[in-house]
Design a protein around this ligand. Structure first.
Ligand SMILES: Cc1cc2nc3c(=O)[nH]c(=O)nc-3n(C[C@H](O)[C@H](O)[C@H](O)COP(=O)(O)O)c2cc1C
Length: 420
C-alpha cells in the first residue's frame, strides 16, 4: 500500500501485536501485516481459534517471522499472555469480531488474545468487521461505547458490499485508516508542551492534636491522573499533594503538604511560574481553632467542643493573585450540581469548573472512574460520561487547552489594517 505523502517507514522498531479474530475479513489481516512490516514494525500475531478457520497460522508465521500464538496454555512456560503485551508498543485487532468486542468490554479472558488484553498497558486499536445487522445491534453499540470510554481506539467499519451479499455498514476499515490510527496512538499529543501546570491533589489534614486530624475522603486519584496526563502531553508539572497512598507520578515535581495552610503557601509561591492551575485537591474548609500541642486525653474529650475556624479559600486567593494563568477548579457536590458549580465558578473567578456528583455510583472519591460536567465562563457545558480518571483527565486538559488557545488568540496583536 502506498501512503501518500509518506516520507519513509513510520514504525521502525515498534513492537506491534496483531490480533486476528474469526471474521470473513481475516484475510485482510495478511495484507495489514505486510504493511506493518513494510513500515518497519516487529509484529507478533495472535489469532483466535475461529480466525484459524479462515486463514492458517502458517501464513502469518512465515510473513511475520514469528510463531503465531492462539492459546493461553500452549507454551505456557513463556506466559505469553503477560510477555507479549508487556513488550508491545501497541496492540491492533483487525478484524475484530462482535464476539471479540464483547469480550474486551466485559473483561473476559478465555483465550490468549482476550487474556492478553487484560494485562496490556499499551494503546489498543480495534478495527471491527461484521455484518451490518451485527454492527448496529444495540449490544455491539454499547460495547463499542464502553471501549471508547476506556480509551480504546475504535476504527469504525465502512459501508459497502458485505460477505453476506448485502450492502451495509460493517466492512473492515481501509488499511490506511487502521495504519493512521496506529501511528496517531504511537505519537501521543504534545499539545501542552511549553506550558507549566500547577496541579493540587488529595485531601488536607487539619490537626486536632499531634495524632488526630480532620480530613476528607479524597484519594488524590483525579489530581494524580491530571498531573500524569499533563506531563505526558508535554507540560512541565508541579503537583502539590496532600497525604495520599498513591505512587508518585513519573516526570512530575511533587511537593507534599498536609494542611490547607501549607497547600496555600505551596501553590501561592508557584503561581507566577505557572501558565495554568488545576485545583483537584479537596481542601478542608474548616480547621480546629486551637489544636492541642499534646495528645488530648480520652477523659478530657468527653464533653469538650471543638472550635473551628475557616481555612484560606485557596481558589479565591489564587484567582485574586493571578495575572494570565488559566484557573480550573473542581466542585464535588451531592445535590444541585450545576447550580452550585456555576455559583462557585463565578464567585471564585475561575475559567473552568469540573463539577462532579460524588454520590454517583462507581464515581467520585476513591473510585477508579469518574463522570463530570465541565462549565466555562461563557456558560458552555460539556458532559463527560463515566470513564477512567486518566481518560477524564485528558478530556479536562482538552477543554482547558481550547480555552488557553482562545485566550491567546484574543490577546494576539491585531493586524494593522490599511497602510496604503
Ligand atoms: C463464514 C463466517 C463469517 C463470519 N464473519 C464474521 C464477521 O465478519 N464478524 C463477526 O463478528 N463474526 C463473524 N462470524 C462469526 C464469528 O466467527 C463467531 O462469532 C466466532 O465465535 C468469533 O470468534 P472469535 O471472536 O473468538 O474470533 C463469521 C462466521 C462465519 C461462519
Amino acid at each position: 500500500m502506498e501512503i501518500s505523502g509518506s516520507t519513509g517507514p513510520t514504525l521502525i522498531g515498534k513492537r506491534i501485536v496483531l490480533g486476528v479474530t474469526g471474521s470473513i475479513a481475516a484475510y485482510k489481516a495478511v495484507l495489514l501485516l505486510r504493511t506493518l512490516l513494510r513500515e518497519g514494525a516487529v509484529v507478533h500475531v495472535v489469532m483466535t481459534q475461529s480466525a484459524t478457520k479462515f486463514v492458517t497460522p502458517l501464513t502469518f508465521e512465515v510473513l511475520s517471522g514469528h510463531p503465531v500464538s492462539t492459546e493461553v496454555f500452549e507454551a505456557h512456560q513463556e506466559m505469553k499472555h503477560l510477555s507479549l503485551p508487556e513488550q508491545a508498543d501497541a496492540i491492533v485487532i483487525a478484524p475484530a469480531t462482535a464476539n471479540c468486542l464483547a469480550k474486551i468490554a466485559l473483561g473476559l479472558g478465555d483465550d490468549l488474545l482476550s487474556t492478553m488484553l487484560l494485562t496490556a498497558q499499551c494503546p489498543l486499536i480495534v478495527a471491527p468487521a461484521m455484518d451490518g445487522g451485527m454492527w448496529t445491534h444495540p449490544t455491539v453499540t454499547e460495547h463499542v461505547r464502553t471501549l471508547r470510554a476506556r480509551g480504546t481506539v475504535v476504527v469504525d467499519p465502512e459501508e459497502g458490499p458485505l460477505a453476506s451479499g448485502r450492502i451495509g455498514h460493517g466492512r473492515l476499515a481501509e488499511e490506511s485508516r487502521i495504519l493512521e490510527a496506529l501511528q496517531t496512538a504511537l505519537s501521543p499529543l504534545r499539545d501542552w508542551q511549553g506550558h507549566r501546570i500547577l496541579v493540587s491533589a488529595g485531601p488536607t489534614q487539619e490537626p486536632i492534636d499531634p495524632v488526630r486530624f480532620i480530613s476528607n475522603r479524597s484519594s488524590g486519584k483525579m489530581g494524580y491522573a491530571l498531573a500524569e496526563a499533563a506531563q505526558a502531553r508535554g507540560a512541565q508539572v508541579v503537583l502539590v499533594t496532600g497525604p495520599t497512598a498513591l505512587p508518585l507520578p513519573k516526570g512530575v515535581e511533587v511537593v507534599s503538604v498536609a494542611t490547607a495552610e501549607e497547600m496555600t503557601q505551596a501553590l501561592s509561591m508557584r503561581l507566577a511560574w505557572s501558565s495554568a492551575v488545576i485545583m483537584a485537591a479537596a481542601v478542608a474548609d474548616f480547621r480546629p481553632k486551637y489544636p492541642a500541642s499534646q495528645k488530648m486525653k480520652k477523659q478530657a474529650q468527653i464533653d469538650q467542643t471543638l472550635d473551628l475556624e475557616r481555612t484560606t479559600d485557596i481558589l479565591a486567593s489564587l484567582s485574586a493573585q493571578r495575572t494570565t494563568q488559566l484557573i480550573v477548579g473542581f466542585a464535588a457536590e451531592t445535590c444541585d450540581l450545576i447550580a452550585h458549580a456555576k455559583d462557585k465558578l463565578t464567585a471564585k473567578g475561575l475559567d473552568l469548573i469540573v463539577a462532579n456528583d460524588v454520590t454517583t455510583e462507581g464515581a467520585g472519591f476513591g473510585s477508579e472512574q469518574n463522570a463530570a460536567t465541565l462549565i466555562d465562563r461563557e456558560g458552555a457545558i460539556t458532559e463527560l460520561p463515566l470513564m477512567p480518571k486518566r481518560a477524564l483527565a485528558d478530556a479536562i486538559l482538552n477543554r482547558a487547552h481550547e480555552l488557553l488557545r482562545t485566550r491567546e488568540s484574543q490577546q494576539a496583536p491585531k493586524p494593522v489594517v490599511g497602510g496604503r
